[in-house]
Write a protein that binds this ligand. Structure first.
Ligand code: PD2
Ligand code: ZN
Length: 310
């Protein structure tokens, strides 16, 4: 797409400044975007000029580089969103995002240094190493184990209960801040993903036995489902997911992203993060838990909402 070509470079530049937050800078830049400037930027993009070329024109005209980059980024993102909304897609919203603008090998999360193992832009997927210590993984499993219940659904034929065919795992939820361990992990996640702790759902722990899987699905709530408006009254939509691996299954159990043919290998202490700015398949965040072939698989999932989740 002509409009998005080169945006990546501008985006990176915008986040290099560590002294002000991107939100502060964006709001300053937003004030500089007059209707005339907005029209001009969109015309340049439609004429096929890549973002760095347009940025240079603005600098030549006397614009401060940072302000121009922000104004350009905001204008083009808003325009892309306008086009998407015109096509009938839900509007884009802010999402959690780790601070990776200078491609750091590690991210400081306060009490722990987390490794960056893989980062994909679209869909936004980041794989982290060393997010949890082996002791934390074991302690989460031990705390969850006595409270695990098999996921059951009503069998439409018999009226009895049967194991959910799409999610053949056992699971439980912790309350947010339920124990010092959970609180510590939630604070770490909040720093890693730059997203308020209050916007997180309670941690869910899942246990897959050999043969168990989680068929591909989206984590956002489908706007077409009748139950969705009531679900999102509490905290808004889900906008991001962090799946943390609490053990290393012998074989199988990877987290798959079929749209991009990616499979993340589950390794104890590592995690995969992905975000989705609108509740729509165009985010390409379809994902599943591949069948476990040998051994068990334990994960803890943190789902992140738009707003405070009470
Ligand atoms: O266990 C997984 O890898 C997995 C796959 C898909 C977890 C989730 N979704 C989830 O917790 O949402
Ligand atoms: Zn999922």
């Amino acid at each position: 797409c002509l409009l998005s070509r080169g945006l990546g470079d501008v985006y990176k530049r915008q986040h290099l400044d560590g002294t002000t937050t991107s939100t502060q800078r964006a709001s300053a830049a937003r004030q500089t975007i007059t209707p005339e400037l907005r029209r001009w930027i969109i015309e340049q993009a439609q004429a096929g000029y890549a973002a760095p070329v347009v940025l240079q024109s603005m600098r030549d005209a006397g614009w401060d580089e940072d302000v121009a980059a922000d104004a350009l980024e905001i204008t083009l993102q808003e325009h892309l969103n306008d086009l998407a909304v015109q096509q009938g897609l839900p509007s884009a919203v802010p999402v959690p995002e780790p601070r990776l603008d200078e491609s750091p090998a590690q991210v400081d999360c306060g009490d722990r240094t987390v490794n960056v193992l893989l980062a994909m832009a679209q869909p936004r997927i980041v794989v982290f190493g060393n997010l949890l210590s082996p002791e934390e993984c074991d302690a989460l499993i031990a705390a969850a184990e006595p409270r695990m219940a098999r996921s059951l659904t009503v069998a439409t034929k018999t009226g009895g209960e049967e194991i959910n065919a799409d999610r053949t795992s056992d699971g439980m939820f912790f309350q947010r801040g339920q124990s010092p361990l959970i609180q510590r992990i939630e604070e770490r996640i909040a720093r890693l993903l730059q997203w308020p702790i209050e916007n997180g759902e309670g941690l869910q722990v899942l246990h897959y036995r050999p043969g168990a899987e989680y068929k591909p699905h989206y984590d956002y709530f489908d706007p077409a489902e009748p139950g969705t408006p009531s679900i999102i009254k509490r905290g808004g939509q889900r906008v991001g997911t962090l799946v943390m691996y609490l053990n290393t299954p012998e074989k199988g159990g990877g987290t798959t992203f079929p749209d991009v043919h990616l499979e993340v290998a589950p390794q104890r202490g590592n995690a995969v993060f992905f975000s989705y700015e609108r509740p729509h398949p165009s985010t390409r965040t379809l994902h599943g838990g591949a069948p476990v072939i040998a051994g068990d698989k334990w994960i803890a999932t943190k789902w992140l909402r738009e707003r405070e989740f009470q």
